[in-house]
Design a protein around this ligand. Sequence first.
Ligand SMILES: Nc1ncnc2c1ncn2[C@@H]1O[C@H](COP(=O)(O)OP(=O)(O)OP(=O)(O)O)[C@@H](O)[C@H]1O
Ligand SMILES: [Mg+2]
Length: 255
Amino acid sequence: MGKVIAIANQKGGVGKTTTAINLSSALAHYGKRVLLVDFDSQGNAGRGLGVDVTALPFTIYDVLTGEKEISAVLMKTGEPRLDLLASNLKLASLDSYFIQKGKNNPFYALKEALVPVREAYDYIIIDCPPSLGLLNINGLVASDSVIIPVQCEYFAMEAVAAILSSIVQIQNSYNSALRIEGFLLTMYDQRTALGTTIAREVRDLFRESTFETSIPRNISIPDSTMQGKPVTTFRPNAQGSLAYFALAREILGHV
Ligand SMILES: Nc1ncnc2c1ncn2[C@@H]1O[C@H](COP(=O)(O)OP(=O)(O)OP(=O)(O)O)[C@@H](O)[C@H]1O
Ligand SMILES: [Mg+2]
């Protein structure tokens, strides 16, 4: 049975999608079968893999509303062993759809949707949106563990406190098995005082659960997104790629 890992932090722009794409690609590089679930209506995980998400006839929205089988919506990507469950702006209307239909257990929709494909993958990586709303809760309820990217910037620790309290609430109410896979320092620049200060704070507070690997700020990462490719295949020797390969190896070493 595949391991389901959410990438979550309600703070915007901290490297969730970049981590989701490149961790997925790096795990596939190491021979694992991976499904990347784009669970954000911005559709950036799909775009980062070169998909024109605005033109898709069906997306994860149609799976969650019961209109389509998940197997009919899954897409191959340009990367071997990496599949995508794409999303687009339509996903933003899921809350109102569920309210209108009076849906029972709306927080379990993603978990239930993934059941038919859990055997087919070694890892299912969920790129969560920057919110603590319905989608984020669904992402955490569906997951075995969560990676929390922490950008080494102002207000990083406030965001960490908020996501941690959300995780505890979910553990208490819906998914007691949810574990923290790790805190991941992103866009880390060790030449800046702020970067090193935040990194030290996170490592001091969460020593056991902070990944040894940190992701450096690296221009090859936005460059590869522009090309619609993971940096790990677009420029496999770039510092950003080496970091995501190292992160994948750390995760492969976790039980
Ligand atoms: N290590 C890095 N080096 C340089 N740029 C980066 C790095 N990681 C992410 N970025 C850039 O920072 C921006 C935000 O990253 P990303 O989209 O991954 O964040 P996010 O947390 O998914 O954002 P959102 O909350 O909007 O979903 C993007 O333009 C991305 O290319
Ligand atoms: Mg994102």
